[in-house]
Write a new protein. Sequence first.
Length: 1061
Amino acid sequence: TIVSAGAGSGKTAVLTERIFNHLCNGKEIDHLLVLTFTKAAATSMKEKTKEKIEKNVGNRLEEKNKKKQLDKIDGSYIMTFDAFALSLVKKYHYLLNVSNNISIIDDNVLKIKQEEILEDIINNKYNDDPKFIETINDLCVKSDNAFKEAIISINNKMDLIIDKKSFIDNYFDNFLSEEFIEKQVEEYRGNSLKIHKDIGRWFNELKKRLAGHKSKFITDEIPKLEYYICDKTIEELEIATEDYKVGQMRITSDIDEETKQEASFFKDRIVEAIKDIKEIFLFPKTQDQINIENTRKYVEVVLDIIKQLDEETLRFKKEKDLYSYNDIAKMSIKVVKENEDIRNEIKNYFEEILVDEYQDNSDLQEEFIDLISNDNVFVVGDIKQSIYGFRNANPLNFQSKYEKCKDENYGRTIDLNKNYRSRKEVIETVNKIFSYLMDQYIGGVDYDDSQAMKFGQEKYNQNISANSYKTEIISYIAQEDKLVVDENGRTTMKKVPVYPFVDKEYSKEEVEAMIIAKDIKEKIKNKYQVFDEDKLRDVKYGDFCIMAQTKKHFDLFNEILSAEAIPVKVEREVQIGETDIIKVIKRIFMMIDNIVNKKDKEVEKHCYVSIERSFLIQSNDETIYETIKNKKIKESESYKKCEIISQGIIDKTILDVFNEIIKEFDIYEKLHSTGEVELNIAILEYVSDLAIQLGQIGYNYSDFSKHLEKILNDENKKLEFKLNQFEDNTVKIMTIHNSKGLEFKICYYPLLFGKFNVSDTRGDYLFSKERGIILPCKLYEGKKYLGLTDTVLKELFKRDKDRERISEKIRLFYVALTRAQEKIIMVCPLEKTLTSLEDGVVENKTRMKYSSFLSMLNSIYDLLKPYVREIDLRRDITVSKSYLSKRKNVFEDLIKTADKIEVKKLNQIIPEPIEKRKFSKDISLIDQNIKDVMEYGTKLHYIMEVIDLKNPDYSIVDEKFKTKVKKFIESDLMKDVSSAKVIKEFEFIYQKDNQQKHGFIDLLLEYADRFVIIDYKLKNISDASYNEQLLGYKEYIESISDKKVECYLYSLVDSTCLKVE
C-alpha cells in the first residue's frame, strides 16, 4: 500500500493510527518495523505511538496488553534505515567477515585517508604506467589536482550503486558499446526536434502579435520562418538550419509598445532556439560518436585507479573497523540477499514494514525493503515534498511504486489531499502557484486536481477576524518615469526600476530584514488575530517564522530584528574552520609541533602572534611587538604552556594533547569573552570526537596539526547550531529544509533572489549512473590538433542535472509555502518576466532556466499581481538606531589601516630548560554543571539585550529567568530609565597612546545630566580587572561628552550591583 499524503493531511497520524490498530488486532509492537528518515522522526514516532497507546481511545486495548506494549516500545523497531542496517550487520557480522565492534567513520576522515591512498597510487603510476601519463598529459593543465579531485568524486558517486563491482566490470559493454554511443548521440540530436516544435509554437504567437501590421521584418523574415517550421526529419532540419542565416531580425512596426514587447519576446525566443539547434549540429553525427569513443582510453585509466583505490580503502576499513553508512547499507543488503534463511527469518518476523517519508528513500534503501518485504509494506510520502537529492533521495522510487500500485493486482494507492493545517487563503495560493510551476517533466508530478490540496480545517471558517489572511507579496521595486531610447532610436517615456533603498549602502538582505521587522512589530502592536485551540487570540512572537533557502544571512536578520527588540531564535550554520576558537587551537597544535621538532622560527612567530592576540591571552599589539623585537617569545605565557604540553608527547594520544590544551589554557573558563559559549562548546566537542577517531586510525598530534585545517575548512563541514533556543515565544529563523514537518501561524519568505547552486554541472570530469564517466576528448581537423572538446554526453548530463535541480527547488518552494497555517508573506523585488504557457504550465524553456525562487515568481507575475503590496522604502522603512550605530562603526576600517606588526627573521634563540610537569591522563571535557551555568548566563544576557527596559513584556521571558529580569528592571539602577535614552550593546573604537581601543558596553543610559554605564556579569563582580575595564569605558564616554559618567557592575545571578569609582 502506498499513501500519497499531501502537506498538512496528517501523515504522522495515519502511521500512528495504523500501528495502534495493529496492536488492537493482537499484533506486538516489536513485530512491526517502522523505518524513518531521521533520528528525530524515529523519536517523535515512538513518543506519539506511546501517547496513542496511553490514551487508548475506546478502551480497545486491554490494560494488561496496553502495559505490555508500552514496556516494549523503547526497544521496538521504530528507527532509521541506518540504525536497522547497522543492527543487522552487527548481528550477522561473522557472515560478513567483519567485527561486531564496527564504528562509523567521519566523512572527512575517510576523505583524508582516501586522498593519501590515491596520492600513493598516482605516484606509482607516474613511474611505470604510460597510459596514465598520456591521460594526464592530454587532460590536465599545469597540475593533476583537478584530476585527483575528480577521481574521489566519481568514486563516491559510484559507491551509491548497489553492486559497484559489477558496474565497473561491465562498464565498457554498457557505456562504450556502439549501441550505447549511438543511442546517446541520437538522443542529443533528437533534442533539435523538440526545440523545432517550440519554435513553431512561438512563431504562431509572434504572428498573432504582428497580424494586420506591415514592416520589413514581416515581409522578409516571416516567410523564411514559415518554411523553417514545417515538419522535418532530423536530417532535413540539420540542412535547413545550416542554410538559415540568423540576422538581427528587428521588429520595426507601428504597433503599440506592449504588443511590440511581446512580439520581441517571441522573436528573441526563436532566434535563441535556432542558435541552439545550430549548436546541436556543430559536428556531424559520426564525429559525435567518434568523440565519445575517443574517451575510452582515459576511462580505462580512471576505472583502473578506482579499482585500486577501492581495494586499499577496504583494506584500511577492515583493519580499523571503521565504515561509512553507505558501507553498512550494502553489507545489510549482502547478508540478506546471500542468506535465504536470514531473509526468510526477517520476512516472517515482521508483521508489517511501515516506511515514513518514502519519497526520500535512496536506491540502496529501496533495494533493502524489496529484499525483506513479504507483501506487507505500507509506505507514506508525498513526491511533492522530495527535497533531499543531496542525501541521495530518489523520488522516482515513489513515482514508480505509485504507478504500479494503481494496478490492484500489485497493491493499492490512497490519496490524502485534505489539508487540516492551513486557512483557505494559504491553500488557494499554493494551488494556484504550483499548478503553473509543477508537472511530470519538471517537478515529478502533474499538479492537477488529484494533487491539489483541499481545504479541510472547517474550524477556521468559524473563527474569522477583521484581519486579512490573504497572501501578501511585499514588493520593493520602485518605478519612475524616465526617457529611454528604443532600438530604433526613438525616445519614449517609460517606467523603469530605480534604486529603491533608504541608503544605497544598504543591501537587499538588510532591506528585507527591516521590512519584516516592521511588519512583525505592527502585527504585535495591532493585536493581529490568529486561531489557536478553537478560538482567536492575539498574535505572539512565537507565531512568526522567517524561512530561507540557506542560513547565509541569518546572523544579519538576527541582528536587525534584535535591534528592534524582537526576540529571535536562529538556526545558524557555522563554517567550523572559520571560527576563532578553531583558529587558535590550530595555532597551538602548530606551536607544539614546532617545539618538538624545532622546525621553523617563522612558524613559531606566527603561532605566537595568533595565540597572544586570541581571546585566550588578549595581549595588546605593543606587548607582542616588544616580545618579538626582544627575542623573548620563549619567555611568554603562551609558549611556556605549549612547551609544558609538549613534554612526553611521544606517548600521548591526540585526545590527550587536546585535553591538556583545554586545561592548560583554561579554555572553558575563557569562553564567555567570545560571546558564543554554546557554539564554542559544540565545536570543542566535535573536535574531541575527531581527535578520538584520527587517533583510532593511527594519527598522532603532528598529523592532527597537518590535517585539522584541511578537515575543518572543508566547505561541507559545517555545524548546525541554534542560538537563543531557550525561548518559545520567539520569532523563528530557519532553513526550509529544517522547517519540514513543522508549521507556523505566519510565515515570511525573504531572500528569494538567492541563486541556486549549480556546481554539480561544472568541471571537465563528471559521472552519472545513466551516462557513465564523462570526460573531454582531443579534437582534430585532419591531422591538425585543435584542442580538447566536450562530448555530447556532457550536454545530456547537464540537461539531466538541471532538470533534477530545478524540479527539487520547485518542490522545496512547495514545502516552504505549505508550512504556513494562516498567512503567507513573501518579500522580494518582484518584476515581470515575459514567458508563455505550454499545456497549462509555464513553458519548459522558461522553467529550465529558473535560477532562484524569485525567477519562478517573476514568470507568473500576472497571476500574482492581486497579492502584491508595493512599498516605498524611502518613506515606509526606518532603520533602527541601535542597528545603525553598530553598522556605522569604523572598526573594520581601523583594522584594515592599523599598523601591522612587522615580523622579521630573528637570530637563533637558545632555548632555556623548563621544569617538567606531570599530567593526569583523565582530563575530561567541561563538567556539565559548569556548562549549564555558562549557558544560563548566555541566555540571561541575551534577554537583557532584547527586552524593552522601559515597557517590559515579560511574556517573552521564560519563567526561570523572569525573576532575575524583574529584579534588575525594578532595581534602583533603573528607577529613572523612563527619562533615559537606552543604548544596548554599544560598540566603540578609539585611539589612545598610539593604541587602538575597542569595547562593548552592555547597557548605556543617557540622561539629561549624566551617562550611566552598566556591565552585566554572571555572578562575580569583585574582580579588579572588571574595574579597569569599566574605567576604560568611562574614559571613552568622557572623551566624547561633557556629561558626568557613572559606572556599575551588575551580577545577573545575585541581583546585586557595585559602583565602580
